[in-house]
Design a protein around this ligand. Structure first.
Ligand SMILES: [Zn+2]
Length: 480
């Protein structure tokens, strides 16, 4: 037997959302899912989702109580943690009284963020986690969705142990969790006029010498950016070779047709003196390059396409993924940005992370397909959630706390068999100036992980392709 049959006994307008969640569970579990709505036509079923009192008693199944109101993003609800998932028996069928399906839908679609008032957001809809409704704030650093998936699978396998032999491994070669290193490339040429000017202004405004030192560095390497200590590419290349791993660099560039914003990147690898043969050669060795779109790009499909093409032309290879600068997707309506990613031809995005804290914005550490509310179906785009970034942990210069926090998040992901996406900015490799100790902290988080034999280290595109192939195989699995 290799198909889990799910019977939905819920209002018809909720069927697409619940179906979406069960297919997410199917990917998380590695099991083929068949969702049906006809109580009489299909038997046996393994999961019943609806009103527990109406669940057919002729069939033992995992019963999940549906609470339709929870699908309304305006409703206020709390999420229970791993050990709080209630369960009570009914004629041998486990009954889950907490609506894990609606909860997962809310989390994956970031529905709770709809309650954030506009005054707590900036122009692009970005917000700090303090603006979240209180009931969501307490769980920003927990992969709740992964916990719910594991809980439900446990109940299913107790009831139908025959599925144990059908489970498709989550990661290749029996690996138990995945680690992915990536680099947003914000500051690539310190000698660029805008970088120099900004450093000088910051030096005066913040009264900090470090910015004048950076400006001096820029003057020294003017016209030859690859000689600057802030040019991180070669450093990361060596570092990763030493650690037997490869990563992805998300390259930024100036807006092609829209306005430059104050916080857009002030230098890029299109500057004079940058030899793209270095990138072409790294790409041939297996390093990945993606796009780091400028702030307003998410509003304009053509801008995204132009930026993608500009990199592809110089790299002489297609690029598959992106992460927005400042994670600036349309945070009022994230699906509008995902739609543009699909139309621009991207395979994956990795922009879903909190603004300033490590954790799990969509409640999961796993790759998933964002929900398209217009077509009531998943997008053909893989989301690789960003859980741990240098700036999330590197504040106050307290390296011990930064290492502790990074290790805490990575062990949560390891324990649940998920994927940890790390983002250390290219320029932070120098571990100098305002990036002091950045590399030290990364080493202390990453190196203990690499000691495990059950870790799969891969580039983002390798993870996305693995997940997509596995998804296709699960979708097309023959009925047993
Ligand atoms: Zn950036």
């Amino acid at each position: 037997m290799n198909t889990v049959t799910v019977l939905l006994d819920i209002p018809s307008d909720l069927v697409p959302q619940a179906t979406y969640v069960f297919h997410f569970f199917g990917n998380a579990w590695g099991l083929h899912i068949d969702v049906c709505c006809n109580k009489d036509g299909r038997a046996p079923f393994h999961i019943y989702y609806g009103n527990r009192d109406r669940a057919p008693s002729s069939n033992k199944a995992v019963i999940i109580e549906c609470e339709a109101l929870f699908y309304d993003s305006k409703s206020v609800r709390s999420y229970v943690e791993q050990d709080g998932l209630a369960e009570c028996g009914k004629d041998g069928s486990p009954v889950i009284g907490f609506d894990v399906v609606a909860s997962v839908f809310r989390l994956l679609t970031m529905a709770d963020e709809q309650q954030i008032i506009s005054t707590s957001r900036d122009r692009l809809g970005n917000f700090f986690v303090d603006a979240l409704p209180e009931y969501r704030r307490g769980s920003i650093d927990l992969p709740l969705v992964d916990y719910y998936a594991a809980f439900l699978l446990d109940k299913l396998l107790c009831l139908a142990p025959e599925f144990r032999t059908s489970v498709m491994p989550r990661w290749p070669n029996g690996k138990k969790f995945a680690v992915c290193l990536s680099h947003d490339c914000d500051l690539t040429c310190m000698g660029a006029p805008l970088e120099l000017a900004t450093a000088v202004v910051k030096g005066f405004v913040r009264r900090k010498r470090v910015f004048f030192d950076m400006a001096l560095e820029g003057v020294k390497c003017f016209g030859s950016p690859m000689d600057s200590t802030l040019w991180g590419f070669s450093g990361w290349h060596e570092f990763e070779k030493d650690h037997k791993m490869k990563s992805c660099f998300y390259l930024s560039l100036s807006p092609r047709k829209s306005w430059r914003r104050l916080n857009d990147c002030k230098s890029d690898v299109f500057a004079r003196g940058v030899d793209w043969k270095v990138f072409q050669s790294m790409h041939k060795e297996g390093w990945e390059f993606g796009l780091h779109p400028s702030l307003d790009a998410q509003m304009d499909l053509e801008e995204i396409i132009l930026q993608k093409k500009a990199i592809e032309e110089r790299l002489e290879a297609p690029i598959m993924g992106l992460r927005h600068h400042y994670l600036a997707i349309d945070n009022f309506n994230p699906h509008l940005t995902f739609q543009k990613h699909v139309e621009a031809g991207f395979v994956y995005d990795s922009s879903l992370g909190w603004e300033e804290k490590a954790g799990f914005r969509s409640g999961t550490s796993l790759p998933f397909y964002p929900y398209d509310p217009l077509n009531k179906a998943p997008f053909t785009l893989t989301e690789l959630p960003l859980s741990l970034m240098d700036t999330y942990v590197m504040h106050d210069g307290d390296t011990d706390s930064a290492i502790k926090e990074g290790r805490r998040i990575s062990s949560l992901v390891r324990d649940i068999g998920g994927m940890i996406m790390l983002n250390w900015h290219t320029e932070s490799y120098c571990s100098n100036y305002i990036f002091s100790n950045y590399l030290l902290v990364l080493r202390n988080i990453l190196e203990p992980l690499l000691e495990h034999n059950d870790i799969w280290v891969a580039t983002p595109v390798e993870i996305a392709e693995w997940w997509n192939n596995r998804n296709r195989e699960l979708q097309h699995q023959l009925l047993g």
